[in-house]
Design a binder for this molecule. Structure first.
Ligand SMILES: *Cc1c(COP(=O)(O)O)cnc(C)c1O
Length: 376
């Protein structure tokens, strides 16, 4: 372990002094349900296609990759057309190393010194980091007790903070809450801000839950971000993307580093997209397991948040760290995140989910004895 104070002896900027890098502990335990990965590894024929794509990239490794990642953007636009029934060309789609980098590009282009971003907490813990790294002020408004966003609260926050960019995850991490489209339309209508809807978990949403992609042709400042990291079972490839009006893509192209997406990444992702159905085959099972997990936790006496994602937020605990540690001692790693007193578990294979529930029953036989007195 490096000396943690070594950084502070260097001329590092004030905003970074004393900070620790973001990220859940990457521990080598049997059951890892902590970072919302898809538990189903790619099937053998997909692995073969990706490996062949990597070999082709290696043969031309002396050359820089396509700066525009055009073929990948064509493949992603085709995928969205097939999956979501929305039609638009690759000029309206931008891709980068994970949707995290897509959102960083958006902050670099639309945020900056003297500018403000608005989020609705509790939400994704990376939003304040993009803001810190682009010298953008990060403001928040609270979600309701059920983790939805209230129209009046949202409009008041727009008025109070006058944001240049609004970051809203739907389904939200860590709560699993999907938004109704009315709130997105209202945010767009009542501001001049770029409205970024982070749909990292959209493929897991329950039937009847809409995607903000259906608004993309009507709202010129709407951006919808997606990723291959979660439902698509390709977290290791690092590919995320967004759909927006063409001007948003032009802005991202100004701030991206040259050749930001390696040839390996582009070609591997195109190969994976050729097997979209196989890679997404686990999604229906995971949604089914997710719904069963909500019921199982509720019937054991835990408080559970409704979820449209591949994870479930549950609680509440006076000492959530003790519960997290107790599960880890049973070989089950979940995530200590979200509002005070709650924990988040990713949906794994049926065996992993069963192992988690067995361990939890052992660690917390009676939730009422470890719950806070009262509260929301
Ligand atoms: C996991 C996640 C992402 C996706 O990150 P990638 O960089 O695409 O791997 C984006 N937003 C939220 C809220 C997430 O939880």
């Amino acid at each position: 372990m490096a000396d943690p104070s070594a950084l502070d002896r260097l001329p590092v900027r004030d905003g970074l002094r004393g900070l620790r890098p973001y990220g859940a502990p990457q521990l080598d335990v049997a059951v890892r349900l902590n970072v919302n990965e898809n538990p189903f590894a790619p099937p053998a024929d997909v692995v073969e296609s990706i490996a062949a794509a990597a070999a082709r990239s290696a043969a031309t490794a002396n050359r820089y990759p396509d700066r525009e990642a055009w073929d990948l953007r064509v493949a992603l636009a085709e995928y969205l057309g097939r999956r979501e029934g929305v039609r638009f060309g690759p000029e309206r789609l931008w891709a980068a190393n994970g949707s995290n980098e897509v959102m960083l590009h958006l902050l670099q282009a639309f945020g900056g010194p003297g500018r403000r971003a608005l989020g609705f907490s509790p939400t994704y813990s990376m939003y304040p980091e993009y803001c810190r790294d682009t010298f953008t002020a990060y403001e928040t408004a609270p979600r309701e007790a059920d983790f939805t966003i209230d129209h009046t609260v949202a409009l008041a926050a727009l008025g109070a903070h006058q944001p240049h960019i609004v970051l809203v995850a739907s389904p939200n991490n860590p709560t699993g809450t999907a938004l109704e489209l009315g709130i997105i339309e209202a945010l767009h209508e009542a501001s001049d801000a770029l409205i970024v809807v982070d749909e990292a978990y959209a493929e897991f949403r329950r039937p009847g839950t809409p995607s903000a992609l259906s608004l993309i042709d009507r709202l010129p400042r709407l951006v919808v971000t997606r990723t291959m990291s979660k439902a698509f079972a390709c977290a290791g490839l690092r590919v995320g993307y967004c759909v927006a009006a063409g001007g948003v893509v032009d802005a991202a192209r100004l701030v991206r580093l040259p050749y930001h997406l390696s040839a390996l990444t582009q070609n591997a992702a195109i190969a994976a997209l050729g097997h979209a159905d196989a890679l997404l085959a686990g999604v229906d099972r995971l949604r089914h397991e997710r719904d069963a997990m909500v019921v199982a936790l509720g019937s054991r006496g835990f408080q559970v948040a409704e979820s449209d994602a591949n994870f479930v937020l549950f609680g509440r605990f006076v000492d959530r760290h003790a519960v997290w540690q107790g599960l880890l001692d049973h070989g089950v790693l979940i995530r200590e995140t979200g509002p005070e007193g709650w924990l988040r578990v990713s949906i794994g294979t049926p065996d992993e989910n069963a192992a988690f529930l067995a361990a939890l029953t052992d660690v917390v036989p009676d939730p009422s004895t470890v719950a806070p007195e009262a509260g929301p």
